[in-house]
Design a binder for this molecule. Structure first.
Ligand code: KG4
Ligand code: ZN
Length: 416
């Protein structure tokens, strides 16, 4: 694999080779000085969404398409990797074609194809990667491998000017992490989940509550269902403990909360004399209490991360920014909780609209644009590369954060 701008002699050699092999097309594709902005196709298949988008380097979305497997996985009670793979295989070609058709862009006009290769479900990542490698070979297009969490972190920069460094909280069905974004490929990780991700917890609680049988929730993801029901619930009815109260770092843990919720559900089922699989009368209250505890846990860890950044000069004094993204960041209650922390610490809080928080091809194409502009990780079309189901984001500072043992002043979480 040859990054175009990794080293000058190699780059010259590679360009000479490309001109020889691809003639004028390669010159046009790799050039940023041509009058029309460069175009990137982004492809996402890391979990259960098949997404594609064509973006201009100015950030204009020229075409996009998304096929969600959510309803299938809701019916089977969770993502079955072989089913996810099969559905990606069935849809990837038409999803990519639709994005291209909408954009009116011919594959020969693309400056790069950017595809998620890590982290995610191995079988799902494999479909996107195989499709992309064959596409870039066929059309002689440079290839940009994408880290899914880097893409979530950078999406906000497509929507408004946000300069580095900024603090980012990424919360989804597969991840929760706090990091300082210092550059397109430069992250300091302050904390991550020690067990499951918050979206996974919300999905499992929703499944345990059989919310798919609830008339208002049958097509919603677990997180969406909990948010909707929580609006009519009283969180005070179930005072769940906020996790990791005695751990003074920025890591997360959600499995203990899930145990608390499960025990409550069992107790309530016994009290109401109903069987597992039947809707409880107090689902709204359980949803409200679960959502509140997840929000408080995320807020407290984020608060500590902000104080750590301040103590170590990791954020600019002018407009320090907290970006929140990933599927769980579409939750308005959680956003409000983080808003309280941001206000108390003097940070600007930015959350992309829900459509850009959940997985999509646009965020991958945008990450491709950011990398193309800086010439970072732009590879030759004949590159041999594999996917990586597990891949940390950036340099791990979790032990330094833990050693700092910052006590967070208590803040009233009065969220309406
Ligand atoms: O980022 P994403 O689309 O996929 C992953 O990379 O995981 O996130 C999906 C997760 C699911 O667990 C889903 O339940 C959760 O995001 N989610 C929400 C909401 N919408 C989606 N969680 C809480 N509130 C929401 N409104
Ligand atoms: Zn995601």
């Amino acid at each position: 694999m040859f990054p175009y701008k990794a080293n000058r002699p190699l780059q010259r050699l590679l360009l000479a080779f490309k001109r020889h092999q691809y003639g004028d097309t390669a010159k046009r594709k790799s050039s940023s000085s041509s009058s029309s902005p460069r175009l990137v196709l982004g492809i996402e298949t890391s979990c259960d969404d098949t997404g594609a988008a064509v973006l201009s380097e100015t950030g204009a979305i020229l075409g996009e398409s998304l096929h969600s497997q959510k309803e299938v996985h809701l019916r089977t009670g969770g993502i079955i990797p072989t089913v996810a793979k099969q559905l990606h295989m069935e849809h990837i070609e038409s999803v990519v074609q639709e994005a291209l058709d909408q954009s009116g862009v011919d594959p020969a006009q693309l400056s790069a194809v950017a595809t998620t290769i890590k982290p995610g479900l191995a079988l799902s990542l494999g479909v996107g990667l195989e499709f992309s490698l064959s596409f870039v070979k066929r059309h002689s297009t440079p290839f940009i491998p994408i880290h899914h969490m880097e893409a979530h972190a950078l999406t906000v920069r497509m929507l408004q000017p946000v300069s580095f460094p900024f603090l980012v909280l990424l919360v989804s069905g597969g991840h929760s992490l706090l990091a300082v974004a210092r550059g397109v490929d430069n992250f300091l990780q302050l904390g991550h989940s020690l067990d499951e991700a918050p979206g996974e917890t919300l999905d499992k609680v929703a499944r345990r509550l059989s919310l798919i049988k609830h008339p208002r929730c049958s097509t919603l993801s677990g997180g969406q269902a909990i948010e909707l029901l929580a609006k009519d619930g009283d969180r005070m009815k179930f005072p769940f403990r906020t996790p990791m109260g005695q751990m003074y770092d920025c890591c997360f843990s959600f499995s203990g909360l899930r145990n608390q919720v499960n025990m409550t559900i069992e107790k309530k089922e016994a009290e109401e004399g109903i069987e597992h699989g039947t809707l409880l009368s107090c689902v709204n209250d359980i949803a409200a209490a679960t959502q509140h505890t997840v929000a408080c846990h995320l807020a407290k860890r984020t608060h500590r991360a902000i104080l750590f950044c301040k103590a170590n000069g990791l954020l600019p004094s002018l407009t320090p920014t907290l970006v929140v993204s990933g599927g769980v960041a579409s939750n308005q209650y959680i956003r409000k909780a983080l808003g309280i922390i941001a206000e108390a610490t003097g940070l600007r809080l930015l959350c992309p609209p829900a459509k850009f928080c959940t997985d999509n091809g646009v965020m991958i194409a945008w990450n491709g644009v950011e990398r193309l502009r800086e010439g970072k990780g732009v590879l030759h079309p004949n590159v041999e590369i594999s996917y990586e189901p597990k891949a940390p984001l950036g340099v791990d500072l979790t032990s330094q954060v833990k050693a700092a043992a910052i006590r967070v002043p208590s803040i009233r979480m009065n969220i309406s």
